[in-house]
Design a protein around this ligand. Structure first.
Ligand code: SIN
Length: 368
């Protein structure tokens, strides 16, 4: 018989037969571990829940827009997928219950520190993070740059709320847990699971506001597919070339990361927006430029003045879906292959780590 038990922040799949999990180092997780019995023949996967559409609820089964994201807790998500207990001992931690537009740097910091501790434990084979799809690529990229472990880190979301007819959340969650429990998933960095696809967190972006097959890296492609819920990889484990790592283990909880703003490029853009962003506290800017990162003459004058006067680091990225961006003219830093939202995360982490101009150029223009 399978049942689910709950603590205030924690829930666990438990089994009628089995022995208790050994206590873990981290205080919240230790409370959880003492309540668990488990099937010793299965791997242990921890699910960190943050909200999003996968946890969304609407007033009717046909409603797939305008619903409340993050309304349903991890316990209900697990109850919808009883098959999970045949694959893994799962334990859930509710980290947040928000739409992903409300994920903050402080939630990300908490998440990466909790997950690093969990992955460092010999009892954990992998982790899954349930997350809203709108900014999932940002959180997945953040963890990809701040977790140091061979063990699988798998982000999962859904495009239809949990109350929808043919909701995609349950199968996505089952596949995500299966992937996190699979030794073949080791050494691939953070991954994203949706619509039967396995994608890497580094390059993948959300491409469609509504469709189930929204996550793509059109140039770099997928890592694999699911057949009968089993992951099938296309390649041996590989990581993006010289992906940087930022150690956040010693950072105090509640700490802020530097403000970095994204400025969107368009015909006759208003150069004062960049200046206003810096005046309101931005410590760095990312430009979503036109084509291969093009910016207007007037806009470039304003950017050059900000770089010279305020020493503001400026990353030239692109509003186009894909491609490589070099700096415009003799100033700024090229965003390489990173889209603006990923470039923003990388610049925040690099500024927090104290990187100067030369180091920024190295991580963006050579490796980004
Ligand atoms: C969200 O990102 O929280 C809402 C949209 C989604 O999860 O698909």
């Amino acid at each position: 018989m399978v049942s689910f038990k709950f603590l205030s922040l924690v829930c666990t799949a438990s089994y009628a037969l089995g022995s208790p999990l050994p206590p873990l180092a981290e205080p919240i997780l230790a409370v959880r571990a003492n309540t668990v019995t488990y099937n010793a023949s299965l791997p242990n996967v921890t699910i960190f829940a943050t909200g999003g559409t996968i946890a969304g609820a609407a007033s009717s089964s046909g409603q797939t827009t305008g619903y409340q994201a993050g309304a349903v807790g991890i316990a209900a998500l697990l109850e919808a997928v009883p098959e999970i207990v045949n694959i893994s001992n799962v334990q859930g931690v509710q980290v947040a219950s928000v739409g992903s537009e409300s994920i903050t740097p402080s939630i990300l910091l908490n998440l990466t520190q909790l997950i690093q501790k969990e992955l460092d434990s010999p009892y954990c084979q992998g982790v899954v993070i349930t997350h809203g799809t709108d900014t999932l690529e940002e959180s997945a990229f953040f963890l990809d740059l701040t977790i140091r472990s061979e063990k699988p880190v798998v982000f999962v979301g859904a495009m239809r709320p949990s109350t929808a007819i043919s909701a995609d959340g349950p199968i996505n969650l089952l596949e995500a847990v299966t992937l996190a429990a699979d030794p073949a998933a080791k050494g691939r960095g953070a991954m994203i699971v949706l619509n039967d696809r396995i994608a890497n967190a580094y390059f993948t972006t959300k491409t469609n506001a509504n469709a189930l097959d929204t996550f793509k890296a059109t140039e770099q492609g997928f890592l694999g597919f699911f057949i009968n819920i089993k992951p099938k990889f296309y390649y041996h484990p590989a990581l993006p070339l010289d992906k940087p790592y930022f150690d956040l283990s010693g950072v105090k909880s509640g700490a802020e990361l530097p403000q970095v703003d994204i400025i969107y490029g368009y015909q006759a853009l208003n150069p004062a927006i960049a200046t206003a962003a810096v005046a309101s506290g931005a410590k760095g800017l990312v430009l979503a430029g036109m084509g291969a990162g093009g910016w207007t003459d007037g806009g470039n004058d304003a950017i050059e003045a900000l770089i010279k006067t305020n020493k503001t680091p400026v990353i030239y990225s692109r509003r186009t879906m894909d491609g490589y961006v070099e700096p415009t003219g003799s100033f700024g830093i090229g965003g390489g292959f990173l889209n603006p939202q990923k470039a923003r995360i990388m610049l925040q982490l690099a500024l927090h780590a104290g990187y100067g101009e030369a180091q920024l150029k190295t991580i963006f223009e050579y490796y980004g």
